[in-house]
Design a protein around this ligand. Structure first.
Ligand code: AMP
Ligand code: ZN
Length: 490
């Protein structure tokens, strides 16, 4: 059976049937590189990585594109405010983005195009829309005429009034538009400081509109019609709605068959966002001693269509849950490494761990098949770990031949999709200066507390360090520390 996904376009969970059998083509809207992405943005990006890994796990070839938005209102404003060129602003932020990407164990996608390197394609797309009579020009800017696009707003289920009201919110060049709902395809003019980003075009100097960028780049790398388009829920309107209107207006074909959207990461019940200032970046969390695998685990642990409240205690809980899985992996590997034990005859020929493993793998796959139900998939894995641990405790002669391998296969399936155990294996090395500095800083604080006879505080620090996965050992030469991490064989 094919995996099924909730399609925002139809409002239903539907079986995934790619246009080309066995090949999934996906466009995922990328970051706007005016400032470092926060962990909320990464909820969406990590989920897009989960989707990719899951489709690969289910045997599909994946071609996935994520753009870099390196020209738009925000990047231009950042350049103007800092007196730098657009590139001077965007390139370092882009480098930070890919650094965080790697830290969280995201796989590189097949294409990561920059908007500024595809302006010709964007201009060509506006020309196509012009030829089809869907645009008009005002003062060197080109607008998309929504009144000539009868299906406009289908994705966001906008009624014409809703679209009108929402269009006003956008509010750019209100007075030159025929209709307030219309949006800009090409923003004309070398108006004052805006000259930090201008290209020549048939309409004079100007720059592309944000929505146009994704339409042009998706078409260039995936063709006029592809399978899955993803982003956060805030992309549904106006961004994806306008992308759809432009692309479909130009080609007369559906842009994407499945539109998948991730819910937001919240802080204290509100959206985590730059403008509210209520955010953490990935380095913020690493500086506090959190591990990338725990961050990744937390972001993936809730269903992508439910909001997830972000808290630091939540990260500690994620760390402990993940450590339980890693610990189980270590236990299994110890069994493999140990002396082969004589297999005690199991009455009736049953192989309890192997049977549990088969059940767990099926339950994991079924949960992920049903609209990437990560929380149900994790529940299946934890049930297995609990029951398999019980079986291991109860079998004094050790597991029977094949059982450890069956159990490891469960963890391998899980990690092929979630990518947390393999990440954990790579990350906590005592050689990592950031990790070392954090642990040693906490040890120094604990020593101070002990010198002041504040044993309560000293114990609290020890617990804090242990919760993050480090073991402290007091010796006559001072306190030593060790990472208690492990993972699966690669
Ligand atoms: P931006 O760089 O603002 O274009 O956003 C990049 C991606 O992050 C988009 O797919 C947004 O939908 C997503 N995003 C923004 N804020 C959040 C949040 N608080 N939680 C989850 N995703 C978000
Ligand atoms: Zn986009």
């Amino acid at each position: 059976m094919a995996p099924r996904f909730y399609n925002t376009l139809t409002g239903r969970i539907e079986p995934f049937e790619p246009l080309e059998p066995g090949h999934a083509r996906i466009y995922s809207c990328g970051p706007t590189v005016y400032d470092r992405a926060h962990v909320g943005n990464f909820r969406t990006f990590v989920w897009e990585d989960l989707l990719r890994r899951f489709l690969k796990f289910r045997g599909y070839r994946v071609t996935q594109v994520m753009n870099v938005t390196d020209v738009d209102d925000r990047t231009i404003r950042a350049a103007i405010e800092s007196g730098m060129t657009l590139e001077e602003v965007t390139r370092p932020v882009e480098a930070q983005f890919f650094e965080d990407w790697k830290t969280l164990g995201l796989e590189p996608m097949e294409h990561h195009p920059r908007a500024t390197e595809h302006v010709d394609t964007m201009i060509a797309l506006v020309r196509r829309l012009e030829e089809r009579g869907l645009t008009y020009e005002r003062d060197g800017s080109v607008y998309f005429a929504i009144s000539r696009s009868p299906e406009y707003g289908r994705l966001a289920r906008l009624d014409p009034e809703g679209a009108r009201a929402a269009g006003r919110v956008e509010g750019d060049e209100e007075y030159s538009k025929e209709d307030p709902r219309d949006f800009v395809l090409w923003k004309g003019g070398e108006r004052g400081e805006e000259s930090v980003a201008v290209w020549d075009s048939p309409w004079g100097l100007g720059r592309p509109g944000w929505h146009l960028e994704c339409s042009a780049m998706s078409m260039e790398y995936l063709g006029e019609s592809f399978d899955i388009h993803t982003g956060g829920v805030d992309n549904i309107f106006p961004h994806h709605t306008n992308e759809m209107a432009q692309s479909e207006g130009a080609t007369g074909r559906p842009l994407a068959r499945y539109w998948l959207h991730a819910e937001h990461l919240l802080v204290d019940g509100g959206k985590m966002s730059k403008s509210l200032g209520n955010y953490y970046t990935i380095p913020d969390l690493l500086d506090r001693g959190y591990r990338p695998s725990a961050i990744r685990y937390l972001l993936l642990s809730a269903h992508y269509r439910t909001q997830l409240n972000f808290t630091l205690p939540g990260l500690n809980t994620a760390e402990r849950a993940l450590e339980r899985l890693a610990e189980f992996g270590r236990r299994l590997l110890d069994q493999v490494a140990g002396e082969p034990s004589p297999s005690p005859g199991v009455e009736g020929g049953s192989h309890p761990i192997a049977i549990l493993a088969d059940q767990a793998r099926a339950a994991f796959r079924d949960a992920m098949d049903e609209d990437l139900s990560a929380s149900d998939a994790l529940a299946a894995i934890f049930t297995f770990v609990r029951e398999a641990n019980r079986e291991l405790d109860a079998a004094p002669g050790g597991p029977r031949a094949g059982e450890v391998e069956a159990a490891l296969a469960v963890l391998q399936d899980f990690d092929a999709v979630f990518g947390v155990l393999s990440l954990r294996e790579t990350e906590v090395s005592p050689d990592d200066p950031a990790v070392r500095a954090w642990v040693e800083g906490r040890i120094a604080a604990r020593d101070e507390a002990r010198a002041a006879r504040d044993y309560e505080r000293a114990d609290a620090i020890r617990r804090e360090v242990e919760e993050r996965g480090f073991r402290l050992e007091d010796t006559p030469d001072g306190t030593r520390w060790k990472a208690t991490t492990s993972g699966l064989p690669t």
